[in-house]
Design a protein around this ligand. Structure first.
Ligand code: PEP
Length: 255
């Protein structure tokens, strides 16, 4: 399948940034800049900003996501947010398995799988993050590791549900470090992920899968990364906090 037939998705991951007034201002600035985007535009914002950003984005082409959700529907899980709580608000996307959650909050492939299934059951589109640490790359195990992360995260996810999954390949050594994977490195691993989807599901599922690259993507390097045949979009951290920079990346994905 031709890459051009897949849906390109540029998603901002605001991480733990922006108060509500700042969030509103950023979306207001972004709206006119991305209104003619030829790709899907998503902003994944802190829980406290969801209502403000949903309101600010109403009537625009900007879609709204959260950065995590719990795998249970409700109950004694202090500090957690369920997938149903997100959909009830009108949230459409959720980032699952971001490397910062894996590194700092004990997220494992098994919990990523549980969260992914819960989010899909609630009707959310999942941006599922996978990626190797620097020592994995240096040990030459990137492909096996990322393939395994992908397989475990998608265990018991049906082919029908897969239509609501986007995979973000995010080498951990490139996140927030200013060190971007080369376009070739990014494309190679995105291709490994696509081959894994073909093995587990089938060629049609692999051809249709949107696979993003994430890791210090910015206004200067986005065009080259997004031109790669297996890179269908980007998950953007730092550069998503500035509307002009984010909109340059959206433009690069729209070509
Ligand atoms: C991210 O948070 O997913 C990310 C890729 O961050 P940055 O673009 O800042 O490296």
């Amino acid at each position: 399948m031709n890459k051009a037939l897949r849906k390109a998705v540029i998603a901002g991951n605001w991480k733990m940034n922006k108060t509500r007034p700042e969030a509103k201002a950023l979306v207001e600035e972004l709206k006119p800049l991305v209104k003619d985007a030829g790709c899907d535009v998503v902003v994944c914002v802190p829980f406290t900003n969801l209502e403000t950003v949903l309101d600010a984005a109403k009537g625009s082409n900007i879609k709204v996501g959260a950065q995590n959700c719990h795998f249970e529907k409700s109950g004694a899980f202090t500090g957690e947010i369920s997938a149903d709580m997100l959909t009830e608000m009108g949230v459409e996307y959720v980032v699952i398995g971001h490397s910062e959650r894996r590194q700092y909050f004990g997220e494992t492939d098994a919990t990523v799988n549980k969260r992914t299934k819960a989010a899909l059951a609630a009707g959310l589109t999942v941006i599922l993050c996978v990626g190797e640490m620097l020592e994995d790359r240096e040990a030459g195990i990137t492909d096996e590791l990322v393939a395994l992360q992908t397989k475990v995260a998608l265990k018991d996810v049906t082919k029908e549900q897969l239509a609501k999954v986007i995979i973000a390949y995010e080498p951990v050594w490139a996140i927030g470090t200013g060190k971007t994977a080369t376009a070739q490195q990014a494309n190679e691993v995105c291709a490994v992920i696509r081959a894994t989807i073909e093995k587990v599901y089938d060629k049609a599922a692999a051809d249709a899968m949107t696979i993003q690259y994430g890791g210090s993507m910015n206004a200067g390097n986005a065009a080259e990364l997004l031109a790669q045949p297996d890179v269908d979009g980007g998950l953007i951290g730092g550069a998503s906090l500035k509307a002009p920079d984010f909109s340059v990346i959206v433009d690069a994905a729209s070509k």
